[in-house]
Design a binder for this molecule. Structure first.
Ligand SMILES: *Cc1c(COP(=O)(O)O)cnc(C)c1O
Length: 475
């Protein structure tokens, strides 16, 4: 048989699980980032694939020998760069079941379980976050699990284009882009929105960058109103406005309610990109991240960043369950299905770009089951407390200053009085050279800033102390 028997799988599976457990247990023996030159890993491979089979029992150690000194360890508790990519062991257990099920949940009938678990879990999560009931499948909208926030933005834009088309019968599907469609973002909006505009074929002119309120990194709603008014005056079509809650660079938030007021006046779709920050709404004290969302069309947050769930699990909720299928559904004969025709089921293929889809809800379910909402809140609050403590220490340090107030678990800092950013850039280099921590940078008003984004699964107060020793010692 060209596969393992279940008994062989059982035996090997134990070995592989041991290897995973060992590598997590020993992760802090390694630097967060290995220093390698390009081509290092590829050079260790023979040119040709092996003709014959090799026993899999040795595979974990082979992988370790080929890749073990050439990695960036996102699960290392000293990883504070970018935003986290939690791959909790809890979610890996769910991943195993998901892979094992091996289903393809494109239609409800190709795996009723895959579809309905996803509906139930996204409904539960909507309620746990405090999203309005209108975003649930029970309430006429619904959630889906996308591969990434970038895909979620593209899907939302496609639905928005369809809704905005002048021909209500066939919508955007028949006519395509006319060159008049406009999408509004701020200079701080994630690049995935610009990419979505490109993929949707709207061209560079399709993207309008609305300035931020002076002195802030939040979209200026008055400037948005001016831009939209000017565009409609010229016969252009405002299609979508993206409001960000927790920008990638500095954690800034756009005024969602005011943006909704402007956008809805002109029939534009409002998409909230809360890829990183949105999950914080699980904690009642951080529910401000949902301010204004009652009026938006779609809301996205990544479970695969800070919510203990292994990539990929981006949550996208829409207020109108029909909006995505209206734009995306195409039914060739080979996909015709009585359950779909009955209208009584959701076919998630119509809520995303690809046809096929994994049973992603299982890993999220495992996390909810194994941690409970209490465990998730504890995880989030722990990192937020670390950010507050780091900010407190920076305020008391002569050589370092905050580049803004911390947002949730994100702290932006620079070297005190660093006019051109060079001292801050040098400090970032020294800190990362240590190996025990990894930070990334950004710019505010063109000046270098260091970002500390707490959020790795095992990061504790001790790791903050290590970071502080390196950071403060480097100054
Ligand atoms: C990380 C991030 C994204 C992109 O997330 P993916 O899920 O990797 O596509 C989009 N928007 C914001 C605000 C982000 O922080």
């Amino acid at each position: 048989m060209p596969d393992l028997t279940p008994d062989e799988f059982r035996a090997l599976g134990h070995l592989f699980v041991d290897a995973v457990a060992d590598s997590r247990a020993r992760i802090e023996r390694h630097p967060v980032r290995d220093v390698v030159s390009p081509g290092t890993v590829r050079a260790r491979f023979p040119r040709e694939a092996a003709e014959g089979p090799t026993p899999l029992a040795g595979f974990p150690s082979l992988v370790e020998s080929i890749t073990g000194d050439a990695d960036t360890r996102w699960q290392h508790p000293g990883f504070h760069a970018y935003f986290p990519a939690n791959a909790s062991l809890t979610s890996l257990l769910g991943e195993l079941l998901s892979g094992a099920a091996g289903v393809q949940g494109m239609l409800w009938s190709t795996s009723p379980a895959c579809t309905e678990v996803e509906q139930a879990i996204t409904d539960q999560l909507a309620r746990a976050l405090g999203l309005p009931e209108s975003f649930t499948h029970d309430g006429g909208g619904g959630g889906s699990i996308q591969d990434s926030a970038s895909s979620a933005a593209l899907v939302a834009l496609t639905a928005a284009l369809h809704r905005a088309a002048p021909d209500p019968e066939s919508g955007w599907r028949a006519r395509g882009a006319t060159g008049r469609e406009r999408v509004y973002v701020s200079p701080e909006t994630h690049s995935s929105l610009a990419k979505a505009v490109r993929v949707a074929g709207l061209g560079a002119i399709g993207l309008r960058t609305v300035p931020c309120t002076p002195g802030t990194a939040s979209m200026d709603p008055a400037a948005l109103a001016d831009a939209v008014r000017a565009d409609t005056g010229e016969g252009l079509v405002p299609v979508l406005v993206c409001a960000t809650v927790g920008t990638t660079s500095t954690g800034a938030t756009d005024p969602v309610a005011e943006i909704v007021t402007v956008a809805t006046r002109h029939g534009a779709w409002v998409h909230v990109d809360a890829a990183w920050a949105g999950v914080a709404a699980l904690c009642p004290e951080h529910r401000w991240v949902l301010d204004g969302v009652a009026g938006v069309d779609s809301f996205c947050t990544d479970a695969h960043k800070w919510l203990l769930t292994a990539f990929d699990a981006s949550l996208l909720w829409v207020r109108d369950a029909g909006a995505l299928p209206a734009a995306l559904s195409i039914t060739p004969a080979y996909l015709r299905d009585p359950a779909s025709d009955s209208g009584a089921v959701v076919d998630f293929r119509d809520w995303q770009i690809p046809l096929g889809r994994r049973f992603r809800a299982l890993k999220l379910w495992a996390v909810l089951h194994g941690q409970g909402l209490t465990g998730l809140r504890e995880h989030l609050r722990g990192h937020i407390a670390l950010a507050e403590e780091l900010a407190r220490r920076i305020r008391g340090h002569d050589g370092l200053e905050l580049a803004g107030e911390p947002v949730l678990s994100l702290v932006c800092l620079r070297v005190t009085g660093d006019r051109d950013g060079s001292a801050t850039a040098a400090l970032l280099g020294r800190v990362n050279a240590d190996g025990r921590v990894f930070l990334s940078g950004t710019e505010i008003d063109g000046r270098q800033v260091i970002r500390v984004a707490f959020g790795a699964v095992g990061t504790t107060r001790e790791h903050l102390d290590v970071l502080w020793e390196i950071l403060a010692g480097g100054r």
